[in-house]
Design a protein around this ligand. Structure first.
Ligand SMILES: *Cc1c(COP(=O)(O)O)cnc(C)c1O
Length: 375
């Protein structure tokens, strides 16, 4: 009875015996902190997985974004394009550097940066120093169109691939687009180190610069020499060990999330007026979101959310766009209304790889019951 009442989580961590084994081995090896062999292996393994030569492990995805911007020399007086439909960390990292975000709207089908709007912003303003792209919910942005636009204006791209490890776009892995990319290993992401991130780049100098800044900008001298302000952003060896175990299981976890998405695709196929956000064969299916046309469906996304919540099933609205956030009131924008539409009519459904067959049945039955009641 109690087990039946347990909340079905949106995207809980998926850890088991392999993770225990790796973390325990790291502890027993004596390499507790700060660095150690697991850290170096983890960086190499992530670099191999994403096909990017250099990987710098850090203690969050936000830190990876901040370091990527700093290492490109972004600072006060610069503008940085940020997709308005994202998690706040993308925009915060820009503000940390003293630069100013310009919020640009999204493609209504994927929620990813709108390449036409982007082209307009870059053509109109020469003070844009970088473009941040976000691979929303694990589906890559439209790099086919975004990269030529940015290259044409000589503006570097930084890929916020926090949600997209294991995804691909026309055969290229997420994290390999742009001058640098950021991954997140937060607890709710496709794989976790309980908290952590990684900066990826093909540029050896940029990687060295980021590594230097992540270690308090300490110069190689015994007496702690510092010529500039640095940050305490390194990941610990113990957490890297957890990451290595998770990376071993990444494909299996992606398969599981893909199966969850397939279940939703079937459930909503005949609902009419419901579409999956970013339905892309290359997606890692981190989170499955739907968008509802309330006029045609006769119900709102929030009605389904309430129905599921009453049955102990967690859902989440699509990210509230950055330009609607109080903290960014008055920010510069280029908008079409697409992100607001997704925010209003979207819903993110339980998508975790740790969902049990029982939990998936509960979700399926609750959704079916809702749809049957709204025909
Ligand atoms: C999770 C996330 C981040 C931040 O990652 P943390 O590891 O939590 O700092 C940045 N951008 C996006 C799009 C995210 O989803």
């Amino acid at each position: 009875m109690l087990a039946e009442k347990r909340t079905v989580l949106l995207s809980g961590p998926d850890v088991g015996p392999l993770e225990q084994e790796y973390v325990l081995a790291a502890l027993r090896s004596g390499w507790v902190a700060p660095a150690g062999p697991d850290l170096e292996f983890f960086e190499r393994e992530i670099a191999d997985r994403t096909g990017v030569p250099h990987a710098v492990a850090v203690n969050s995805g936000t830190a990876a974004l901040h370091l990527a911007l700093l290492s490109l020399g972004v600072g006060p007086g610069d503008l940085v394009v940020v997709p308005t439909l994202t998690f706040v960390a993308t925009a915060n990292a820009v503000v940390y550097t003293g630069a100013t975000p310009v919020f640009v709207d999204c493609d209504p089908a994927t929620g990813n940066l709108d390449p036409d709007l982007l082209a307009g912003v870059l053509a109109a303003d020469a003070s844009v120093r970088a473009v941040l792209t976000v691979d929303l919910y694990g589906a890559c942005a439209d790099y086919e169109r975004i990269m030529p636009v940015c290259e044409g204006h000589g503006v570097p791209v930084i890929e916020d691939a926090a949600e997209a490890l294991g995804a691909g776009h026309r055969g290229r892995p997420a994290g390999s687009f742009g001058r640098a990319a950021a991954l997140s290993f937060n607890g709710n992401k496709i794989m976790t180190t309980s908290g952590g991130g990684m900066l990826l780049t093909a540029d050896a100098e940029l990687a060295a610069r980021a590594r230097h800044l992540a270690g308090q900008a300490r110069l190689p001298a015994e007496h702690y020499e510092h010529a500039e302000i640095g940050y305490n952003y390194r990941l610990s060896n113990i957490l890297a060990a957890l990451g290595r175990a998770q990376l071993h299981r990444l494909d299996e976890m992606i398969e599981r999330r893909r199966a969850v998405r397939d279940q939703y695709a079937k459930l909503f196929a005949h609902a009419g007026a419901v579409t999956l956000i970013g339905d892309d064969p290359g997606a890692n299916c981190w989170l499955t979101g739907i968008v509802v046309d309330p006029e045609r469906a006769g119900w709102h996304a929030r009605d389904l959310a309430a129905h599921l919540a009453a049955r102990g099933i967690e859902t989440r609205p699509v990210f509230k766009p950055m330009h609607l956030q109080p903290v960014f009131a008055g920010a510069r924008t280029a908008l079409t209304g697409a992100a607001e539409q997704l925010f209003r009519n979207g819903l993110v459904l339980p998508s975790g790889s740790a969902l049990t067959g029982d939990e998936l049945r509960r979700v399926r039955d609750a959704v079916t019951e809702f749809l049957d009641g709204h025909r």
